[in-house]
Design a protein around this ligand. Sequence first.
Ligand code: NAD
Length: 351
Amino acid sequence: MSHKTPILITGGAGFIGSHVVRLFVNSYPEYHIYNLDALTYAGNLENLIDVENAANYTFIKGDITNESFINNLFEKYKFQKVIHLAAESHVDRSIEDPLAFVRTNVIGTMILLNAFNRLWSSNFNNKLFYHVSTDEVYGTLGEDGLFTETTAYDPNSPYSASKASSDHFVRAYGETYGLPYVITNCSNNYGQNQFPEKLIPLFINNIINKKPLPVYGDGNYTRDWLYVKDHAKAIDLVFHNGKQGDTYNIGGFNEWKNIDLVKLLCKQMDFKLNRKVGDSEQLITYVKDRPGHDLRYAIDASKIKNELGWKPSVTFEEGLDKTIDWYLNNKKWLNNVTSGLYQTYYQKQYS
Ligand code: NAD
């Protein structure tokens, strides 16, 4: 029997989860990391090839909505701490199929909470349920202002409503059963291994293939962007030093209007691909707006900065540069995930 602390990370084969798994496997030999993932279209074990044989790592294929399976897993491995990232994560898909988001994001989270609660309620010492969430739960901002940890929840999409609901359940289990938890609400992530349905990898892939760049509405939607490895570091810090029963906002101090971001990306891609300056911008195509589209998200991340000393380690330009290089150097990864079912999804979404 191993004496390492058993830690469960859910959704570890996805974009952010794979960066968290790698960071924890490499940084903490005293933990055993169990990565539980259903391997939906968004999960990809190729993201973790470099750690798959590590002595302190085990992959488990499974679905968080399968209650008896999850209960047995907690009984078997006695996970002392959980970092819960598994989710349906794409807003556009949530508009198509909201129920799938309730199943995984709400029911799945509750099944994990119940299993954790049942196992440890007699002694919560040194236990933690960490829920990774989004700034989208706060709804939309106007031209001014920032989301803080006390901003009222006001979700507008089925995705953000499902994440808001799961946040509420985590907090309610803390209040009702004394379950030790922490929640972080983070802004838009970008970086290597992100599935090319999200803006930055979608556009990198389309620029490579000289395909149209579909910009919603007038392109004035504003988002805060954070490099995924900086998010993983923030999760590490909150996991180890965050206050139990508390929430932290995580953001990049880095607001961009979509259209300005796309133009910056086009410029960097023209340079990398040795194309004429302005070539990629010609691919920009304005498309019909997403229903319920939030105008602006912006995060006040001063709490995590002041209390835990976290701040992003790279500028947006540096992070974008690393991201583009990774996609250009990993065409096989990109081709693998953009074949098959991706084509069906893409046609439906953008034609
Ligand atoms: P992702 O879609 O890339 O990965 C999700 C992972 O969860 C996949 O590996 C998938 O296979 C797995 N999964 C889905 N349903 C499952 C189920 N029923 N059982 C087990 N595994 C399942 O998502 P991501 O972008 O890496 O986001 C991870 C988490 O971070 C999510 O909870 C998301 O809400 C949150 N978040 C994401 C962002 C962002 O910008 N991407 C920002 C803030 C918060």
